[in-house]
Structures are given as C-alpha cells and as structure tokens.
Ligand binder design. Structure first.
Ligand SMILES: Nc1ncnc2c1ncn2[C@@H]1O[C@H](COP(=O)(O)OP(=O)(O)OP(=O)(O)O)[C@@H](O)[C@H]1O
Ligand SMILES: CC(C)(CO)[C@@H](O)C(=O)[O-]
Length: 287
C-alpha cells in the first residue's frame, strides 16, 4: 500500500447530463464505453480524500463499487468524503464524479505519480466494470458540452464538443438505475443513440443537441410520464413567450430527470435548479 504524502486533497468534478448515448463493447474496459453527447454542469461533486477507509456522501455512509475499485487500482487505503447538491442515481453522473474525484485526489494524497489520463482511465474502467456509467467520466474530465465520437478512455476515445455555453435548468422526479438499463437489452437504445449522434455531427449546435436528445429518448422508449409532461410544458411556454431566448428541454440519461436550456423549466412553472456549463472539467482544488 502507498504511504500518504499530503494529509488530504479535494477535487471538484462537474455533474454530467447525457442527452443521448449508444453502448459500445470492446475487448478492454479502456476501449469500451459509449458514444454520445452531454453537458458538464457547474453543479458537481466535491470529493475529499484522506488516508483511511469508507465513503461518505453528504455525511452518510454509502456503498459505491467504482470508488473502492479506484482505490484498489491505485493500491491505497482512502477515506472518501464527498458533498453534492445533485441527487444520486438520477442522471447526473454522480457515480462517475465520485470515481474520478477519488482517483485525482488519492493520487495527490498518496503521491502515486499517475498522469491525468492514467487516472481518468482508472475511473472510467471502474465505472464501466461496475455498470454504473459508460461515458460520464471522460465527459466530466473534459468539461463543456462533450461529444463522445469514439468510446473509451482518453488514449482511445475521440471527443469533440458543441461550442456553446447555455444557462441550464433541471428538475428530477426520481431515480433510474443505470445498472439495470445497461444490463438489459440495449439494441434499440444503441440504434437510437447512433442515429442521434449522426444527426448532431451533421451540425453540432446546441439546438441540434437538444433535438437529437429528445428524439433519442422517444426512440429508445425511455421517456417517463413526468418527463414527457415537463418537456411539453417547456415547448409550450417557449412558444407562448415571444422572447428571443430559445428554451427547449430533454431527458437526462439515465434518470427520471428533465434538463432545459435558458429559462425553459422555470418559465413553464417548475421549481427548477439553475446552473451553467462547467467549461474546465474535473480539477484539484487549491489546498
Ligand atoms: N442511497 C442511494 N441511492 C441510490 N444509489 C445508491 C445509494 N447508495 C449507493 N448507491 C449506488 O450508487 C450507484 C448509483 O449509480 P447510477 O449510475 O445510477 O447513478 P448516477 O451516477 O448518479 O447517475 P447516472 O449514471 O444515471 O448519471 C449505484 O451503484 C447504487 O447501488
Ligand atoms: C450510460 C450513461 C447514460 C449513464 O449515465 C452515461 O455514462 C453515458 O452517457 O455513457
């Protein structure tokens, strides 16, 4: 086991909403993952690592396979203490954030000497193998509105981005288990994800991203009643408003959650959270 070098380190990891994705298998976890696109959020997870053991999220002890896996890969005994305003299991990539934050912070505390790409790969592999995510870690490491053109960790995946920085609103009606969806039949979902990606790559704009995300959720059969109602309400409020701010909404994968650009959800009468795009990606905080 590595000896501790610093007494603690803290990392900020943006939340990540996936608009659409297709599952991609491969011979190694570093090559596997998903193709798709999403948004990194200024609302994220702050992960603090000290020597010790256990994982706490907002003061409560929780179990999360990828976090333990990252510590094993690094050969460290770490206590992980994380805080977030984002809900767990609702499509904000909280599990990816915990895995990536743990990798970056533990590397500093235990002086593991790994590069950023090596640490991203460890967190990515831990997520893929646990079935809790396929593309969140790579997207959270980059920031912005990442388009994951090819799957996998940084040395394999090819990532571009939508050049936009909209204001974002979101509201969650509950959880969807990523593990359950990914363990089921993903053929329809993957077909829909491939079609959404081609559509976006033809013209990689914010409005195309939102349209492709809505079409994906419909085609993949993932839309819940609450999500459908909120998306329709945003479209109606946008049509009624007559202002220049273009708002539209889509479903966050994989959660019973809606996100909107501009003031889409609040204009439709929802008590939504507001944030912006996090352009910088996961980073160590000053000590
Ligand atoms: N109280 C809890 N509520 C929900 N999940 C929990 C809880 N405690 C531990 N978990 C674990 O957290 C993980 C949540 O993973 P999941 O991938 O669904 O969430 P997420 O990363 O926040 O969202 P997403 O991947 O959809 O963006 C699961 O492995 C689950 O077993
Ligand atoms: C599978 C997924 C939608 C879970 O959040 C995400 O990891 C992605 O986009 O690959």
């Amino acid at each position: 086991m590595q000896q501790a070098d610093y007494s603690s380190a803290t990392v900020f990891v943006p939340g990540h909403i996936t608009g659409f994705f297709s599952a991609q298998t491969a011979a190694t976890c570093a090559q596997a993952g998903s193709r798709g696109a999403g948004i990194a959020l200024t609302d994220g997870v702050e992960v603090t690592v000290t020597p010790g053991s256990g994982l706490q999220l907002n003061g409560e002890e929780i179990e999360m396979l990828p976090v333990g896996d990252v510590c094993t890969r690094l050969g460290v005994d770490a206590a992980v203490d994380a805080t977030t305003s984002l809900p767990l299991g609702a499509g904000f990539g909280v599990s990816g954030a915990l895995a990536l934050g743990t990798a970056l912070a533990a590397n500093a505390v235990f002086d593991c000497g790994k590069s950023e790409n090596e640490l991203i790969t460890m967190a990515h592999c831990a997520e893929v193998e646990a079935g809790t995510g396929l593309g969140d870690v790579v997207a959270q490491a980059r920031g912005g509105l990442p388009i994951r053109i090819d799957p996998g960790s940084p040395s394999h995946g090819r990532v571009d981005g939508v050049a936009a920085r909209p204001r974002i609103e979101y509201i969650s009606f509950g959880e969807v288990s990523t593990e359950t969806v990914l363990a089921g039949d993903t053929d329809d979902l993957t077909r829909a994800g491939e079609s959404a990606l081609s559509h976006l790559l033809e013209r990689p704009t914010l409005s195309r991203f939102m349209t492709a995300s809505r079409e994906f959720a419909d085609d993949a059969g993932l839309v819940t009643e609450e999500v459908a109602t909120a998306i329709d309400a945003v479209a109606k409020a946008d049509g009624d408003s007559g202002d220049d701010i273009d708002s539209s909404a889509a479903m966050a994968m994989l959660g019973n959650t809606v996100f909107a650009t501009g003031t889409g959800l609040s204009a439709a009468g929802y008590d939504a959270q507001q944030c912006r795009v996090d352009a910088g990606g996961a980073r160590l905080c000053d000590s």
